[in-house]
Design a protein around this ligand. Structure first.
Ligand code: UN1
Length: 520
């Protein structure tokens, strides 16, 4: 990889921060880095993949079940070393992975660089977390007894991942399951199989044995369901919709065999609360990034902007101006802020929701989408914002660049609005999700109070609310947003483990083991 460029310039057109370099890596704002990236994107070809059949699922699960003991018996340091080799390989091949991500998932170049970086971070972070946390520990106990605790894998882990982070989330799940000693059946989203296949090949190259990791392509309804129902499945790690997570939970509960744990990271109806002391420019910057970056296709994305009535009109005026300036179009071009959504089906679904909002809410701002651009990129969705009268009018998560706005303050109480910030957060909590939450205020005690009150996994104060960094902002929610623990956090790996304590009576008779050696 090129040398680190500590604080890269942010190019105009790239959403704020999108082009900034991470600690050491590729930086789209540096011409020497950008050239190989754009070249790789131009050259990228997305290969077709073979779909799994019921017979391949069965044979694969048998192989992974068989492979478990040997992989789990490997020393922790060896499995961690495999992850570090994978990270190095991925870092060296960043341009090729960006090319695949742009072509297969239509993510903007800035998003692709950040995504490869995140996948590398997951590999390195879980490698060091495993070594730091999963080794055998001696527990206190009475004299004459030795108690130890150690973590092992559980068996075959099924990892089911989404298309919106087809490399980072896929990699995060798979390497967490592997480093803890599990063998892994990975089922990537149907929309993005090629980047997953490339990463699995890379993991094998880095030293993961063939019988410790397998990739199964196909629809969730058939391949995913077969994996979840398989009696050899010892755990499921899922990121995707709340509805599918519940479906998986029911399917696991209906099995006759063992009680199988589910780790789920799902959707959000994420809100940002803006009070009358907030800095308007900072609010608008944070809203534009949080609601529209990645075309709103993040579970962390801002869905509900709650503006204090005293500043609402001024902020909406500025927001409309910022939205009018967003550049839509080709995700391969660095100047693009918002690229197309994942596919025609998603596009049609978002358009239907927009049609409903146009009837039921007040349209307040949108980004113009010229007809010739729409013709060239038929799955582009123009960012749009709508005002609702009350928080509880917010319906299910729209996975696109669609923002809802409500006002709060004493003047809103008559029509069922929240008179103060405390009442507002109670209404937001009542939506039942619990992923990300933003606060914009210059009163620190208020920020702290709201951060305590909001039932969510990630609170962001006076900044945007997306782009959680591995090891820095462990990511994941509660309620309808998932089970926890947080990905990229210090407790994540434990959920992939079985724990075993061994209690030895060290005062037992016949302590001369040398003499007994060789006896069965
Ligand atoms: C998702 O969108 O499915 O913080 C989760 C963020 C990302 C979100 C990933 N880590 O924006």
């Amino acid at each position: 990889a090129p040398a680190a460029d500590p604080e890269g310039l942010v190019l105009p057109g790239a959403l704020y921060g999108a082009g900034r370099a991470n600690a050491a890596g590729w930086d789209v704002s540096c011409p020497a880095h950008l050239a190989p990236l754009t070249q790789a994107v131009a050259q990228a070809v997305v290969p077709a993949v073979a779909l799994a059949t019921p017979a391949t699922v069965d044979a694969t699960m048998a192989r992974l079940h068989q492979g478990f003991d040997a992989w789990d018996d490997r020393p922790l340091a060896e499995r961690a070393a495999v992850l570090r080799r994978a990270a190095d390989l991925l870092e060296a091949r960043t341009p090729a992975y960006c090319g695949l991500l742009v072509k297969e998932a239509h993510k903007t170049l800035g998003d692709c660089v950040a995504e490869v970086r995140e996948a590398i971070d997951f590999c390195r972070y879980y490698a060091s977390q495993a070594e730091e946390r999963l080794g055998e520990v001696v527990l206190p106990g009475p004299t004459g007894e030795r108690n130890t605790l150690r973590c092992t894998g559980r068996g075959v882990f099924v990892c089911i991942s989404p298309w919106n982070f087809p490399l980072a989330i896929f990699a995060g799940q798979v390497v967490a399951a592997l480093v803890t000693g599990n063998t892994v059946a990975a089922k990537p989203a149907e929309q993005t199989p090629a980047v997953a296949a490339a990463f699995v090949a890379l993991l094998h190259e880095a030293g993961v044995p063939a019988d410790a990791l397998a990739l199964l392509h196909g629809p969730g309804e058939t391949v995913g369901a077969a994996l979840v129902a398989d009696p050899r499945t010892a755990g499921v790690c899922f990121t995707g919709s709340t509805a599918v997570a519940k479906h998986i939970q029911r399917a696991l509960a209906a099995q006759d065999g063992a009680i199988v744990p589910l780790i789920a990271e799902t959707g959000g109806l994420n809100a940002m609360v803006v009070d009358s002391t907030a800095l308007p420019e900072q609010v608008v910057d944070a809203v534009v990034q949080s609601a529209f970056r990645s075309a709103g296709q993040r579970c962390s994305a801002l869905r509900l902007l709650c503006l204090h009535e005293a500043v609402a009109d001024a902020i909406l005026h500025m927001l409309a101006g910022a939205m009018a300036e967003l550049r839509l179009g080709d995700p391969a071009e660095l100047r693009t802020d918002v690229g197309p959504v994942i596919d025609a089906e998603a596009h049609a679904g978002i358009r239907a929701q927009l049609a409903r909002l146009e009837r039921e809410a007040r349209p307040i701002a949108s980004t113009p989408l010229p007809a010739e651009l729409a013709a060239r990129w038929p799955t582009l969705v123009a960012p749009a914002a709508f005002e609702l009268a009350r928080v509880d009018q917010l319906q299910a998560e729209i996975f696109g660049p669609v923002l809802h706005v409500v006002r709060w303050g004493p003047g809103q109480a008559r029509q069922g609005g929240a008179a103060d910030a405390g009442a507002l957060v109670r209404q937001i909590n009542a939506l039942g999700y619990g992923l990300t939450f933003g606060v914009q205020t210059r009163i620190d005690s208020r920020a702290q109070a709201l951060a305590r009150q909001a039932r969510v996994g990630n609170v962001y104060v006076n900044r945007n609310m997306i782009g959680a960094v591995v090891g820095v902002q462990p990511f994941g929610g509660e309620g309808l947003s998932g089970t926890g623990p947080k990905a990229g956090g210090p407790h994540y790996l434990y959920r992939f483990c079985a724990e075993r304590t061994v209690t030895v009576n060290t005062a037992a008779a016949g302590g001369n083991v040398e003499l007994l050696a060789g006896h069965a």
